[in-house]
Every structure is written in C-alpha cells, then in structure tokens.
Unconditional design. Structure first.
Length: 275
C-alpha cells in the first residue's frame, strides 16, 4: 500500500470517527468538543465536518454552529436491516472457541428466554453442546440469567414472580437468591450456572448489547464442571468478555462490556435470527 493510499484510509477513518462521535453524543457538539474527544486538531476535525455536512451525513445548527446527525444518516438508519446476530457473532465466537477449547453458544433474547441461534463445538473429542433452536429459561440457565440481569427491572419482576422449577438439586429456585444472583451478574459481568441444568455441566455467559445500550443476546461457554468450575478463572472470563465486546461493537454498541465495568441496560431486542 502506498503512502497516498495510507493517507486516504486514515482520512476515511477520521471522518467516520467524527461522524460516530456526533451520532452517539445524544446532543449537538461543537468543533472543540469533537476535537477534544478524538484527540485531534480543530483544523482537521473542521475539514471533515465540512465534508460530512456537504454530503448530508451531519447538519450544522445555524444559531449555535454545533453539529448533529444529518438527513442522510437518518435515511441510512431507516433502510438498514435489523441486526443479523449470527452473522456478526460467528467470527468472534470462533476466536473464543479456539482460545478456550470449549463449546461456544450464541443465544438471542426473546420474551420467554434465551433462544439458541448458533453452537460451535469444542475442540475436545467429547462434545458437550446445546442444540440450535432450543429456548433456555431465564431463571435456571446462565444464558437466560445474563439476559435477565441486564433487562429492565419491571421485566425482571415479572420473571421473578413466576414459579421456578428446579432442574437439578443445585438449581437456584428461591426468588431472593435469584435476585441476589442477578445483582452479582451485573457486578461481575458474567453469569454461571454450575450443574443447575445438568449435573456435571456448567455454562458461563456474557451479555451482548446493541447501539441503544440494550441487551440483545448472550455468548456462553459450555463444558464439563471439571474445566468450567463454578467460579471460572480470570483468563476464561476475560476471553468471554472480549468476545462479547467484539460482537456488541459490531451491533453498534460503544461502551466496552468487560467483566469489571458492565453497563446496566434497557431491554429492547431488535435482531434477526439466521438459521
């Protein structure tokens, strides 16, 4: 690649950074604010702003001289398809499977639980997995719990009010205990359900968010309790968080969703399930 083409790519990157900064600000921004947030000079930012305004992707308020999302950006948002969760998740999921050797399961949020959309088998000769199309309950599965933990409180209350049927002797089925577990999940950034669905098996799940900061799905590692203990090791949690963060960013989310600083979100799923 030549220096000229390198410069062209850099210019496109800066233009997109400027556009994203304004789009995700939820308020009009001035040149100085944008430059400070991106660590760029005002001159560089101003040149890209002129181009984006000229093309209709941004608009400038004539009274305040600040910038906001333009009509062409809104048109693109309206014609853009719903998020294809499977399509954006498969790459990061394969990386996670290769890093951990465990089965990786993608689930989407539904009103009834976690709908399994994709399962990537482990690298082990003994396969432990979850069948695509299965719908896992909110209360007893790691995938369901992580979706519930990041959902709105009224939605949580509706689920917590329902009777929980234990699947094993280790299943959490007390309302207060489950509510406490939901709080722990948002604190630590992941859910775990050791031997709660099937004896000898554990799942560790992390959240996926969209551009509206809403929970839309989860990625889970599934395997033997021997390799996925009740309290997973830090490297496993970090690998899972990295995978979920990659998928969330592809879905339009801007805030990093690691295991230390999870974001409390609303529930507004808008995904398409590829089969």
């Amino acid at each position: 690649m030549t220096e000229a083409s390198d410069g062209g790519v850099r210019s496109v990157q800066v233009a997109l950074d400027v556009l994203e900064t304004v789009a995700f600000a939820h308020e009009e921004l001035g040149v100085t604010q944008i430059a400070e947030r991106l660590g760029l000079t005002k001159g560089s930012v101003h040149r890209h702003l002129l181009t984006l305004v000229d093309r209709g992707y941004l608009s400038q308020n004539a009274k305040t001289a600040r910038y906001c999302v333009g009509p062409k950006s809104r048109v693109l948002a309206n014609v853009a398809p719903e998020i294809d969760l499977k399509q954006i998740a498969e790459g990061p999921m394969r990386e996670l499977r290769d890093r951990t050797g465990q089965t990786v399961v993608l689930s989407a949020l539904t009103p009834r639980g976690a709908l399994v959309n994709l399962t990537l088998p482990s690298t082990s000769p003994i396969e432990i997995g979850v069948r695509s199309g299965s719908e896992l309950p909110f209360a007893t599965s790691a995938q369901g719990r992580v979706l519930l933990a990041y959902s709105s409180r009224p939605f949580q209350e509706r689920i917590l009010a329902q009777k929980i049927t234990p699947l094993t002797a280790k299943t959490i089925h007390d309302r207060d205990a489950l509510d406490a577990e939901l709080s722990r999940i948002t604190k630590d950034g992941y859910a775990s359900a050791p031997e709660e669905v099937l004896l000898g098996i554990n799942a560790v799940a992390g959240p996926i968010f969209n551009g509206d900061d809403a929970i839309i799905g989860s990625v889970a590692l599934v395997g033997s309790i021997q390799f996925l203990p009740a309290t997973p090791d830090e490297s496993t949690v970090a690998a899972l968080a990295d995978c979920c963060d990659q998928i969330s960013r592809r879905a339009g989310h801007r805030r990093q969703t690691d295991a230390k600083t999870p974001a409390k979100t609303k529930t507004a799923p808008s995904v398409r399930l590829s089969r």
